[in-house]
Design a protein around this ligand. Structure first.
Ligand SMILES: *[C@@H]1O[C@H](CO)[C@@H](O)[C@H](O)[C@H]1NC(C)=O
Ligand SMILES: *[C@@H]1O[C@H](CO)[C@@H](O)[C@H](O)[C@H]1NC(C)=O
Ligand SMILES: *[C@@H]1O[C@H](CO)[C@@H](O)[C@H](O)[C@H]1NC(C)=O
Ligand SMILES: *[C@@H]1O[C@H](CO)[C@@H](O)[C@H](O)[C@H]1NC(C)=O
Ligand SMILES: *[C@@H]1O[C@H](CO)[C@@H](O)[C@H](O)[C@H]1NC(C)=O
Length: 675
């Protein structure tokens, strides 16, 4: 093995941390980490939808819509719903925006690299999403976003030399399995030659995909071409990617804001990328020169927010300005026929320095606040409901080689050129007594990932297009702090929602708080968080209140956050001060008492007395006549449908969840502060 001679001292100081497991876990909205509905502490299938590289214990199950597990019916899963922003979003006014607080933990440090808090690696956090209309896709099950009802990954029938252009086999893209990227995305990745200009260190990448060449399914981090759902390994490992992708960029949080120009300029949101088109129906060429010199045509394809299908020519398309958005007559990335269509373009991603976090620690950032980013949800001018997935990648690299200036000329195929070798020996004492370093060249520079389950972005109710909406969610799952790790215990997020009157918006003196379907609201709860065996490298068990394995949340008022007894309705401030701007069951003119009962029962009851429900609804919704609710909410739904509360007075409104709050063991309390 190579001696690093003097360089060894430098290497020695930095490598230990670089090769441990590092992870990213998404807590709001809840990240799946490839889980679906497992009753075990560990996920069943790390290959289900995407390559997370995370610990098997992380992640949250998909929400259930009723008090029973969804079983084999995806319709009984609960999809989180958030209202889209109104049409004013892109005018950079606060008017009409919908804010979704994203919260996560990442195991290595990132951001805030100052003398007093130097970071030990380079990093970037990349947030993206994909959406489609919330109907089964016209192209069928090959690209309809879904969670599926079992934990198997989709199949992929490999093309062979004689029929590489063959269509999808019926065995692929099954309707009962989860699907994010469409089948065609992975198929193109499988057929496209990999980028041979990349640095792969001393990794030996598979040289034959079965068609006689090495394709984009092989990378330094995935040298054997393992498959995870229909994710393309090369695209997973590199950002910004150099081919069209199905993802829209939301934000990049970089180690240093000086990187931002690079990320925003190269984002597929703002510039087209090329793809080789050949008469035979598929192509292996991954660049313009090779494509054209072999008779192909290099087509530039565009990303888009959605298609404006009612605009059928360039002039009518490009003079549209609805919603302050840009419309472009261009060929979309998912085209069938390479004809231009009217595309509503996505905004450029936001870019900033990442919030500071500490190495080897899945915890909060500075001042004990959770690592967070506020996503201003998009506005879709079609007015259609959307079905979406959120994707979060965490990229760490070291200074042991220049991550941007090192390429294939330093791969080991050029004898021993790689600046890093697998577990090398270094000589710091004497030639007789080397020390071995822990270096895995497949993970030196490594990406981690988490994704949400499928959720919905709903058009705004009429009359509410200009209001700002702040989404309050529940994070966490059933179990004590050790049992849930590396997921988290229950809490509300954002925990202190502070809204300053007139701060970002001159016109509005009120704001709306949308709590959607899980009260203590907004995270969908599951009935299968039993956290049983196998528990991997952690503890099994689901300590908590109520029926084992079930999540339940409600929202009751609390006068003082230092106490644990809810405020009786007669003394309520919260319910008296708010009005209902929208509620899932449509009847907004409800009394404060009905609202309090609805939220305290997680939607189980709607009416306090005979007068507030029509008689026909008494058995379904009235406290005195409906089957009695379990006092730990066991027979209520784990997922609450949502309400928009309008706050019109200044004040501090505290609330808690009566079931999960258990002083000394678990606190589930939060505040909305209107200034
Ligand atoms: C960010 O990068 C710039 C330019 O390379 C450098 O001057 C600056 O010190 C860096 N900031 C931090 C916080 O590392
Ligand atoms: C991760 O960072 C490396 C540089 O260290 C870069 O080449 C790569 O494209 C990045 N990948 C992602 C997914 O951010
Ligand atoms: C988000 O993080 C910032 C620091 O980066 C902090 O100031 C803010 O309070 C946090 N927001 C929430 C909702 O936790
Ligand atoms: C509070 O939590 C502890 C630990 O999980 C549990 O043992 C105890 O039973 C809980 N209290 C109630 C009233 O459920
Ligand atoms: C909290 O949990 C511990 C065991 O983990 C238990 O001894 C204690 O009684 C619990 N507290 C309450 C209030 O239930």
């Amino acid at each position: 093995m190579v001696s690093f001679a003097c360089k060894a001292c430098v290497v020695f100081l930095t490598v230990f941390i670089c090769n441990t497991v590092a992870d990213i876990y998404l807590h709001v909205p809840r990240g799946s980490n490839n889980r679906l509905n497992e009753k075990s502490a560990t996920r069943k299938n790390p290959n289900r939808l995407f390559d997370s590289q995370n610990n098997n214990r992380g992640g949250y199950n998909v929400g259930d819509a009723t008090e029973s597990p969804f079983g084999t019916d995806e319709g009984k899963q609960y999809r989180m719903k958030y209202f889209q922003s109104g049409p004013w979003k892109t005018l950079r006014q606060a008017k009409g925006q919908s804010y979704l607080t994203i919260e996560w933990t990442n195991q290595h440090g990132c951001g805030g690299n100052e003398d007093s808090s130097p970071q030990k690696q380079n990093c970037a956090l990349v947030m993206q999403y994909m959406c489609q209309d919330d109907v089964d896709s016209p192209t069928g099950i090959t690209d309809t976003l879904r969670n599926g009802v079992n934990t198997k990954k989709q199949d992929y029938t490999k093309p062979n030399r004689n029929n590489a252009d063959s269509d999808r086999s019926n065995a692929d893209a099954k309707s009962d399995r989860g699907l994010h990227e469409p089948w065609s995305w992975y198929n193109k990745c499988y057929l496209r030659e990999r980028n041979k200009g990349l640095f792969v260190a001393d990794q030996k990448l598979e040289s034959d995909n079965g068609l006689g060449y090495s394709s984009a399914i092989y990378t330094r981090q995935n040298p054997n071409g393992n498959r995870y759902g229909y994710e393309c390994p090369e695209e997973r490992d590199y950002f910004p990617y150099w081919h069209p992708t199905p993802w829209k960029d939301i934000a990049v949080l970089a180690e240093n804001a000086s990187m931002c120009d690079h990320y925003t300029r190269k984002s597929f949101n703002v510039q087209p990328y090329g793809e080789c088109v050949e008469d035979k129906g598929w192509s292996s060429y991954n660049n313009k020169a090779a494509c054209e010199s072999n008779g192909g045509t290099w087509k530039l394809l565009y990303n888009y927010l959605e298609k404006a299908t009612d605009k059928t020519n360039k002039a009518s398309c490009e003079r549209t300005t609805t919603g302050g958005l840009t419309y472009k007559w261009a060929v979309p990335y998912d085209t069938d026929d390479y004809q231009p269509e009217c595309l509503v373009l996505a905004d450029a991603p936001e870019c900033a320095e990442a919030p500071w976090s500490r190495s080897n620690h899945l915890g909060n950032g500075r001042d004990g606040v959770p690592l967070n980013y506020t996503w201003v949800l998009p506005h879709f001018p079609s007015g259609n409901a959307k079905r979406c997935v959120f994707r979060f990648r965490y990229n760490i690299s070291t200074d042991d080689y220049d991550p941007y200036g090192t390429d294939h000329t330093q791969n080991n195929e050029f004898p021993q050129k790689s600046p890093i070798q697998q577990n090398p020996y270094v000589y710091v004492m004497s030639k007789q007594s080397p020390l071995r370093l822990a270096i895995n060249t497949a993970q030196y520079g490594r990406i981690f990932q988490d994704r949400s389950h499928v959720f919905k972005l709903m058009p705004r109710p009429s009359g509410l297009t200009q209001d700002r909406i702040f989404n309050v969610n529940v994070r966490g799952k059933r179990g004590n702090i050790v049992q849930v790790y590396p997921a988290v215990e229950y809490d509300f997020a954002p925990n202190n929602l502070e809204v300053k009157k007139g701060e970002r918006c001159n016109l509005l003196i009120h704001f709306l708080c949308l709590s959607h379907r899980d009260i203590c609201p907004c995270v969908p709860g599951s009935n299968t968080h039993n956290n049983g065996n196998p528990a991997g490298d952690g503890q099994a068990g689901s300590a908590g209140e109520g029926k084992a394995g079930t999540d339940r949340n409600n929202m009751v008022e609390l006068s003082d956050r230092g106490t644990n007894f809810p405020t009786p309705f007669e003394k309520s401030k919260l319910w008296q001060d708010v009005s209902v701007a929208w509620i899932y069951h449509g009847k907004t003119d409800i009394s404060a008492k009905d609202l309090a009962i609805n939220l305290a029962s997680s939607g189980y009851y709607r009416c306090a007395d005979d007068q507030s429900c029509p008689e026909s609804e008494h058995t379904d919704y009235l406290v005195s006549t409906k089957t009695k609710m379990n006092n730990l909410l066991d027979n209520a739904s784990p997922s609450y449908e949502g309400v928009l509360l309008r706050f019109q007075k200044k004040g501090v409104y505290n609330y808690m969840c009566s079931r999960n709050n258990n002083f000394t063991n678990r606190s589930q309390k939060a505040a909305i502060i209107v200034k």
